[in-house]
Design a protein around this ligand. Sequence first.
Ligand code: CA
Length: 352
Amino acid sequence: MKKHLKSALCVLALSCTSIVNAAEINLKLAHSWPKGFPIFGTSVDEYAQMVEELSDGRIAIKVDSRNKHKAAFGIFDFVKSGQYDIGQSASYYYGGKDPDTLFFTTMPFGMTALEQYAWFHEGGGLELANEVYAKHGIEVMTGGNTTMQMGGWFSKEINSVDDLQGLKMRIPGFGGKVMSGVGAVPTNIPAGELYQALERGTIDALEWVGPSLDLRMGFHKIAPYYYTGWHEPSTELMYFFNKKKMDSLPAWARSVLLNAAKLTGFNMTVQSQHESSINWATITSEYPNINVRDFPEDVIDALRASNTALLDAEKERSDIAKRIIESQASYLENARAWTAIGDQAYLNNIGK
Ligand code: CA
């Protein structure tokens, strides 16, 4: 029913709200971010609007931010229990619930965003993710990529592996495990509490995203060293759907919900690239005191060795972990060979 017709009927009705807002399917969505949080949060608002438009108002989604539900890392449980029908978060926040979820956001020394999208949608990655999440009654869909993340903000310069000993760093996911393997002390802290934790010295370093989101968080005011990336080359956010709810919906509604997630994810990825370009230009022109550094080669070597040892242990831990790790490794081998002769050769050829 068109909105103006609903409004006309509303004038005659006792309960205007129920008639104007009447959708056939009403769903609740929880995401991990503060209300209106740039890119990550606004992308979910866009998702809800897109679903409403694509369904001609037959599906309505109520979006709750962290401000409402108070549990940034509670999205997995919300959707699993059915308290919320849909969630949007990062899969690697839920390694404590199921260690096999750690593989579906990004991996240290792993695929870039485009390589990983190809793995998810053409190389069997999404099927593996859904196999892991099906055990929890959850169906998943890719939800948008940050593209390359920076290595993080450090209050002191890192010159050797010794400088990482006991270093308290906010770094989630597999990257955190790798850091632990070289002597650092990783922790995870929600977006809204990061600045305070670094300012108060609760942590010595943090990684958040990259130019797209870091500059507006103000980290450069309290940590002068900004390191280039190694641990999150392709951070993918994810939409979680309560499987029982999804299975109860007609095919058209499932299609709208899944395809809108995929399309919103595309928009978020493009926006991340755009915002990083703009904010990187701002960093170089307006904040010359930010010290941009690459980690020394021996630090990268130690991190890689830690990563390899952890992956070997994971392959022993579970059959599905082994299948996921081997799928990612074999896909990366082919994809990277093409990236090298494609993008990398092009950049080398033209000189800058
Ligand atoms: Ca990150």
